[in-house]
Ligand binder design. Structure first.
Ligand code: 13P
Ligand code: SF4
Length: 333
């Protein structure tokens, strides 16, 4: 056992051989019961993980579930900042992440020390940070938002209050347009949502004129201008279910197509093409989690998210403000 735990620091996950005959779905279900564990998964996880999860959601839904659960263990099938968020909201619970190296290019684009000096240059600005950031950035923020509630969060701030928005410049620019603000934007971006090719999307639309283009607000301005509908992952999923169109070109991470197809089996979902020939609209961080790593993480209760209490308390404050504003706006289920 000790050898395996040593390996976590190098590899980020438990590297233990698994009997190939094992039914991992059944084993994971059994471990959930034995350990009173809840398995939360983001829509960008691979289909097998989504199928075995207790709850699948976007960042806001997942944060809310993490806050409400009475399970002893939260197993987070997502990326590091999401598991960290669950820990911030749930200090008494054990929070597990199958692969500690499941990071996020957007969160990485805001190193805390550099962000802190940027913030200090704008002392009159209120800091609103997108949830896709580290606990250190959360601790430097006044309010957190997600793509589901960002507009409402910004509208809750008096119009004459200057705002610094971090870390996603694309989401920030979209929100400036929507709310008529002139927020100061940190220069970060998501490597997955920046990759879509407008040229290829236009050609695809010519071939599928009936298809509606739906996009996540982390996409670049030109892609958003081309979209028929813009929304968070959950909002895109709902739109694909309720809209009359039967074909959709989807400009976000491909993992969401699994739920879209399941919920609307007779509709066609086409992933928006990236700028090159690779599968770049698969998030390489999200896809580091596998069913095998998930099983091992539940069995051995590692890797675990740990956080220094002062940092947790500082990061919790803007999260609580986000939850309060979201509740008042009727955005929590
Ligand atoms: P949402 O879950 O808020 O739609 O954000 C998408 C994302 O990029 C998560 O990493
Ligand atoms: Fe980060 Fe983008 Fe991956 Fe989401 S899709 S985890 S924002 S890199």
């Amino acid at each position: 056992m000790n050898i395996a735990f040593d390996k976590i620091s190098e590899k980020g996950f438990l590297d233990i051989e698994i009997n190939p005959g094992l039914d991992l779905f059944a084993e994971i279900e059994q471990l959930k019961k034995e350990k009173n564990a809840i398995l939360l998964a983001h829509y960008y996880q691979e289909p097998d993980i989504q199928d075995v999860a207790d709850y699948i959601g976007d960042s806001l839904g997942l944060a809310q579930k993490a806050q409400q659960t009475d399970a002893d263990i939260i197993v987070f099938a997502g990326v590091h900042f999401m598991a960290e968020t669950a820990k911030i909201l749930n200090p008494g619970k054990k929070v597990l992440l199958p692969d500690l190296k499941a990071g996020c290019s957007l969160a990485d684009s805001a190193p805390a020390a550099i962000f802190k000096s940027f913030k200090e240059k704008h002392p009159d600005h209120l800091v609103i940070s997108y949830i896709n950031c580290t606990a250190e950035i959360k601790a430097l923020s006044d309010i957190i938002c997600t793509s589901s509630n960002a507009e409402k969060i910004i509208e809750s701030v008096p119009k004459n209050q200057p705002i610094l928005f971090a870390p996603d410049k694309n989401l920030g620019a979209y929100l400036n347009k929507k709310t008529g603000r002139n927020m100061l934007l940190w220069n970060g971006a998501c490597m997955v949502h920046e990759i879509f090719s407008l040229e290829k999307m236009t050609k695809l639309k010519i071939r599928h004129p009936e298809a509606k283009v739906i996009a996540h607000p982390e996409c670049e301005e030109a892609v958003l201008a081309f979209a028929d509908y813009i929304g968070s992952t959950t909002q895109l999923l709902k739109y694909s279910e309720t809209d009359k169109a039967t074909q959709f070109i989807v400009a976000t991470e491909t993992g969401i197509l699994h739920q879209m197809q399941q919920n609307s089996p007779f509709k066609t979902f086409i992933p928006a093409p990236p700028d090159n020939s690779c599968a770049c609209n698969d998030c390489p961080h999200m896809k580091l989690n596998t069913l095998e790593k998930l099983y091992l993480c539940m069995k051995y209760e590692a890797p675990e998210i740990k956080m220094e209490e002062n940092l947790r308390l500082a990061a919790q404050k803007p999260m609580v403000r986000m939850m309060e504003i979201s509740r008042k706006a009727g955005l929590l289920g």
